[in-house]
Design a protein around this ligand. Structure first.
Ligand code: PLP
Length: 457
């Protein structure tokens, strides 16, 4: 089958490919979309239609944009020189990238390579369980996660899933994962002035209920992504950090989405001055040019995994065949160099502000927008049927807004598989190379889409 034989490719796709998060009945009445090319901020489908991609590859991934020959060449050169050897040995790009990235995460000087965000999170979960077994007689094994957060697709990470629709039907789950309340102020759970502090205290209440000596770690997204683009309220993170220290609980920040510049800092947590024990990151690490994820941790944690004469099983007995496979760190090194050389953190701050300001103007204009929030180039607009009651807009209307943007050649996202009834937040996460014209094009498409959908209601 030739690459240009598009009808054969479409038929092969229809007959054999099981797409992710996709209802295949939809393909009874239309062709699958096949993305054939990308350059900068733009992608083209099988029919030659051009789109501005406002979601970086659909799921917040292609941070430096499409078609970067420099990354492709680095991967090619590395693969010809040395494509693979197991991670019990080192490789040149793995050592170089570990040095580059840990220089950006003071206090976290150890890096563990793996393949996906889910896997990186599982590595941290395994470490927490092993620390509990080795230091606390297995007692400090509970891992807290937050309502609306998502940490991956495996059974263990789904055991830590705050998005009910993603986890439904996949149980039974792994024991000792406990949920804490979310911190979205727009969906108030407490009528208080200092909302951030109160939301953090709600975590403390769960810790006290469970017993602090049974809780090993707290795993949180710095800004909740798929659960609704939730930026934490003021005072939240300071209090969370204080609580973790008070009860000797390891703080695990899931930077799978927010890492690698998405929020205008290298990592989302760095906006809040917190000091985590684990950081996991994946999507933007190599901007999708190679599969790579990493888990970062401190020397303190690393030192807990030294074998002892009385326990030869004290080291971390984990392996990931393709974790650290040389293409990943080779691509990641170039990815970081591009972010630095092109000043993309500053650009993210500036373009993120333009996007947020634009969304705020749309909020003034369109009653369908109940709330806008975001940090850097990671923004959301929560849609409501009624501003007074804050009733979420029906999912099919939210999807109609997404579809209207698509018709105008702009791909945006919406929260999916969040709480039932709450898949109502439009998501925007364009590449960090966005220009003012790109941002304005996104805003114009959303403006038109909201007008069209509201008129049809
Ligand atoms: N953590 C967060 C916050 C995510 O959004 C995702 C995926 O969307 C994951 C973890 C899982 O990453 P992966 O799909 O690479 O396993």
């Amino acid at each position: 089958m030739h690459d240009n034989d598009l009808s054969a490719i479409i038929e092969a796709d229809r007959a054999h490919v099981w797409h992710h998060m996709f209802q295949h009945q939809l393909l009874e009445s239309r062709d699958p979309r096949i993305i054939v090319e990308g350059k900068g901020m733009r992608v083209w489908d099988q029919n030659g239609r051009e789109f501005l991609d406002a979601v970086s590859g659909g799921v917040w991934t292609v941070n430096v944009g499409y078609g970067r020959e420099r990354i492709a060449n680095a991967v090619r050169d590395q693969l010809i020189k040395m494509n693979y050897f197991a991670g019990s040995a080192g490789s040149i790009p793995a050592a170089k990238f570990a040095e580059v990235l840990t220089a950006k995460t003071p206090g976290l000087s150890r890096m563990y390579y793996c393949n996906s965000g889910s896997e990186a999170n599982e590595k941290a979960f395994k470490m927490v369980r092993q620390i509990s077994a080795q230091r606390y007689g297995g007692k400090k094994s509970k891992i807290l996660y937050r309502d609306r957060d998502y940490h991956g697709t495996t059974i263990a990470t789904l055991s830590a899933c705050g998005q009910q629709q993603r986890a439904t039907h996949y149980g039974p789950f792994v024991p000792d994962f406990v949920e804490v309340p979310h911190c979205l102020e727009y969906r108030k759970q407490w009528d208080v002035e200092n909302y951030g502090e109160r939301a953090a205290e709600a975590i403390e209440e769960v810790i006290l209920r469970e017993g602090p000596d049974t809780v090993g770690a707290l795993c949180l997204e710095p800004v909740t992504a798929g659960g609704g683009v939730i930026t934490p309220p003021k005072g939240y993170w300071e209090k969370v950090q204080e609580i973790c220290r008070k009860y000797d609980i390891l703080l695990h920040i899931d930077e799978v989405v927010c890492g690698m510049g998405r929020t205008g800092e290298w990592f989302g947590y760095q906006n809040y001055g917190i000091e985590p024990d684990f950081v996991t990151t994946a999507k933007g690490v190599a901007s999708g040019y190679a599969a790579i994820a990493v888990m970062l941790t401190s020397d303190r944690v690393f030192d807990m995994f030294k074998d002892k004469p009385e326990d030869p099983l004290n080291h971390f007995r984990d392996i990931s065949t393709f974790g650290g496979c040389t293409a990943g760190p080779a691509a990641a090194l170039e990815n970081v160099a591009i972010i630095e050389e092109e000043g993309l953190l500053d650009n993210t701050k500036a373009m993120g502000k333009r996007l947020m300001d634009g969304l705020a103007m749309l909020e003034d204009k369109h009653a369908l927008i109940g709330n806008t929030r975001g940090l850097g180039l990671f923004c959301g607009a929560e849609l409501v049927a009624d501003r007074e009651t804050r009733e979420p807009l029906a999912e099919k209307l939210v999807q109609a807004v997404v579809a209207e943007c698509d018709k105008q050649g702009v791909i945006i996202g919406a929260t999916m598989r969040s709480l039932p009834g709450f898949n109502n937040t439009l998501c925007f996460s364009p590449a960090l190379i966005s220009t003012p014209d790109d941002i304005d094009e996104i805003l114009t498409a959303v403006d038109n889409a909201l007008t069209t959908v509201a008129a049809a209601m």
